[in-house]
Each structure stands twice: as C-alpha cells, then as structure tokens.
Design a protein around this ligand. Sequence first.
Ligand SMILES: [Fe+2]
Length: 277
Amino acid sequence: MLPPLPPAAGTTAAPSAAATLRSEIGEPAIPDLGHGPRAPFLLPPLPFALNALAPAISARTLEFHYHQHHTGYLAALNRLLSGHALAGEALIPIIRDSHGGALPGALFNNAAQVWNHSFYWRCLTPGGGQAPGGRLGAAIARDFGGLPALRDGLIANASGQFGSGWVWLCAESGRLTLRRTGNADTPVRHPGVTPLLTIDVWEHAYYLDYQNRRVEHVTVLIDTLLNWPFASAIYEAHLEQSGGAERRTALPIAPPLLGVPAANTRSAIFSRLARRH
Ligand SMILES: [Fe+2]
C-alpha cells in the first residue's frame, strides 16, 4: 500500500516521492488527492502556504485560484450531485461517466475542474523544477531526447492551446506523451492514460501576475515550480501497474508541437519578475 498524502496547507516542505501517493479507485497510478470517497466531495488542502510559490505565482493569484475558482468548482459539483444518479460514485468515475460527448455539461466540467486543480497543486512545489532522475529521467531522455526538449514541448503546447485549458505530461502505451486539453477536459477520463504533471493555462492561473504573457508564466513555472518527485512517484506506480516493464509501441507523441517560442530566456524573465516584486 502506498503511504498517505503529502503535507497539509501551511507547510512548505516538498513531499518525497515515496510519501506522495496512495491509490485511488483501484488504479495504483492515479493518486488519491483527498476528495473523499463520494459526494459531498472535500476540498483538499493546498500542499504549500499561499505565499510559498512567489514570485513565480503570487499569493494573490493563489488566493483567487484556490479559494475562489477551485472552491467554486467544488461547490458547484456537490450542488449538481445532490439527488443525481451518479452521486454515490467516486470522483473519477463521475468524470468518466458524465463526459457526454462533444459538448460536456456542467457536471463533467465541474467534476473535471475539481480533479484537475487538486492534481495541479500537487504538481507545484517551492524550489521545484529540478531535473528528474531514475526511470522517469530515463524515459524523458528516451521519448523526448532530454528535459530541454520536453520543456520546449510543454511551452509550445501551452502557447498553442487556444483559449482555456491544460497541458499534460502523460504515460500511456509504454511511453511518455504530451497532451493538451481544452476547457475542463482531462486525460484522467481515459483509462490507461496516466497524467504525470499538468500546467493550468486558464487565464485565471496567471493573469494577475503576468496579464496576457502566458508563455512567460509557463516558462517560470516549469523552471522553478514543477514537482518532479511527484511525477516520478506516479510514473513508478504506472510502471508497477503495467507489469513493471515498459512496452514500446509505435504510438506517436501527440499532439504536434506548435509555435515553439524563442528568446524566452530564464534570465530575461527573472529580471522582469525581480523588477515587479
Ligand atoms: Fe485553474
């Protein structure tokens, strides 16, 4: 059995890879994020203090993002589930059962946004961004050619997502992939696709700090906040779930990378942040 959840809100310690996960819904690679077994679902605490991610993400942005947006999705979800046929299900089955095709409704949107945000907070940590080693580091080298190329891919997908959405690093069919999803959509609704990391590219994630400069926000987040130990723990569980061996297939990396931004150097971005704070 995997150990319990990482530290509660107000702490700044980065969770170790071994202390990050326990299983959810019988799929060991999907972390239990603390929503509880069924409705009314709970709001998992932030794994860091509101000011712990500054200057990359300000306390004001986190305050709005967590206490207004994430909390709002949770309240709407519990309201929608009152008396609903899916009310006895766990959160991920609700996400999978409520998608409904091309125009997902309010239940799917709020359920997915609750899970996406709870997962997103775990993907961030003060002092993050350190290159992962172990089997995840080896898989990144194998499937992307190294962390710099993966970084470019994350930035390109964040830039290429028109409107609101999410960018994901996933493990599926024996390899790592990049995905981007629109609005509330989430790869966790696809059995067999294991999200390892995500970046929220809704404007509410960065507008107070960066206005329209999404690429700048995403670049700083990747370089200083991404919680690679969390991703590594999920990847280890994914490998365990898939039989402990990686299986190579001809699955292409998707989607194609668009518009890799140039000249967003770390030093230039940090100079702007330093001037602002
Ligand atoms: Fe968000």
